[in-house]
Design a protein around this ligand. Structure first.
Ligand SMILES: Cc1ncc(COP(=O)(O)O)c(C=O)c1O
Ligand SMILES: [Zn+2]
Length: 409
């Protein structure tokens, strides 16, 4: 797929692929990479003639506009497991429930896919500086990949970010700048500064981060033998990841590798769900949430920059949007852990959504459903306080007896 350009997701206005600013100059909506010409299909339905080896970007190079790929910037992102659920599936009475385990990425979240793609683009433009605005997973990912690619890396975080969140970013030694002022405004401000100072800001929903997220869909298709699931459930904040996953399915469909596109389910925390709220009211744009509050901090964005585009795409795709309460998120986190998957609260929101949609009758027990487990549980250990654990303390002389007593418990 070549001849790429950037197209406005709302008014379709076209911009050159080299444009640094990732939003439309007319309507300020997000741009996305579009391809005027499809390369010969890399396969046909059920078959894949692409590479099986190599880095993430090399494996799917037909679906990226890169002329050359710098494999040395890879940290081994992608190729994460698609795990068939037994415990959660059993509890919910489902037959085909799966978890796409993005915690296996080099910095323990899906963000690494979009970061590597964003950096490859920055390099292709000859830019030696990258940056991001984030409080969590994306900051860690950009700092790590910036170090790997030996680029000047700017990470802007809000002032007052606790020490335990600073350390995992600072360890990679980026230019870490704590900014006082409105954090929502910082997203737009950073893009302006980036344009002026030649810094490629790889923020949450910029076109090349969205391109990276396509690979989640590509892998799911391959892992399911090119029979994609009925539904894919995604925890949504800015909206970049959901946009990318859906774009990935659409491009595989266009390349005739799959014969249908799954329905997407937007899942958000009840305490900060601007997209779900607009979807429920049938609105076409998102409204700012005034007092966001949820345990799922990673998806606590009160005014998502791709919110309107997610609403547009959801309507076209025919999926739905659902809110999940904090208690349900913690319960879902515990259920996943009982089958060996430790996601952070945000990553447990999809399972909470599945449970709710089954109860409402939207989902059937025979539907095939993939939940995207977006980030690892060790990123936010404070959530462990909300669980109750059964830990015994015994003297060494009683250990045998106690183990015997626990047998069959
Ligand atoms: C763990 C986790 N899940 C989901 C998301 C939401 O992704 P997006 O902002 O692309 O909607 C994020 C974003 O930071 C995240 O860190
Ligand atoms: Zn536009």
């Amino acid at each position: 797929m070549k001849n790429p350009s950037l197209t406005c997701t709302r008014c379709q206005k076209e911009f050159p692929i080299e444009r640094v600013h990732p939003r439309c100059s007319s309507c300020n909506e997000p741009l996305e990479v579009s391809y005027s010409r499809l390369q010969p299909s890399p396969g046909r339905h059920g078959e894949w003639f692409g590479l099986r080896e190599g880095t993430l970007l090399e494996r799917y190079q037909e679906f990226f506009p890169f002329v050359s790929i710098h494999r040395e910037i890879s940290l081994g992102e992608g190729d994460t497991a698609l795990l068939r659920s037994s415990v959660a599936a059993g509890e919910l009475g489902m037959e085909k429930l799966f978890f796409k385990n993005e915690t296996q990425n080099p910095t323990w979240s899906f963000k690494d896919r979009g970061t590597v793609s964003g950096i490859e683009h920055a390099i292709s433009l000859g830019m030696g500086k990258i940056g991001t605005v984030s409080t969590g997973n994306m900051a860690v990912s950009v700092a790590a990949y910036g170090a790997r690619a030996k680029l000047e890396t700017y990470v802007l975080v809000p002032s007052g970010l606790p020490k335990e969140k600073i350390g995992p970013i600072a360890i990679y030694q980026p230019h870490l700048i704590m900014v006082e002022g409105d954090y929502g405004e910082l997203y737009f401000k950073s893009l302006e500064i980036g344009e002026k100072q030649g810094i490629c800001f790889i923020n949450s929903d910029v076109p090349f981060r969205v391109e990276g997220s396509k690979t989640i869909a590509f892998e799911i298709c391959q892992q399911m033998g090119f029979h994609p699931p009925d539904y894919v459930v995604v925890p949504v904040s800015a909206g970049g990841n959901l946009r990318g996953i859906l774009k990935g399915f659409e491009e595989f469909h266009q390349a005739q590798l799959i014969d249908r596109i799954p329905k997407m389910i937007v899942s958000q925390a009840n305490g900060c769900c601007p997209i779900v709220a607009s979807f429920e009211k049938g609105r076409e744009s998102v409204e700012r949430v005034l007092n966001p509050r949820t345990i799922a901090h990673a998806i606590e964005n009160p005014f998502p920059p791709s919110g309107n585009q997610v609403l547009r795409k959801l309507k076209e795709n025919g999926g739905t949007a659902v809110r999940v309460r904090d208690e349900e998120i913690i319960e879902a986190q515990a259920i996943m852990a009982r089958e060996g998957i430790f996601g952070q609260p945000a990553a447990a929101v999809p399972l909470g959504a599945v449970k709710k949609l089954l109860a409402e009758g939207y989902l059937k027990s025979t539907d095939s459903v993939v939940c995207i487990v977006t980030g690892g549980g060790l990123k936010y250990t404070a959530a462990l306080e909300y669980h109750s654990f059964n830990v015994r303390k015994v003297g060494i002389e009683r250990i045998e007896e106690v183990i015997r007593l626990t047998d069959g418990e």
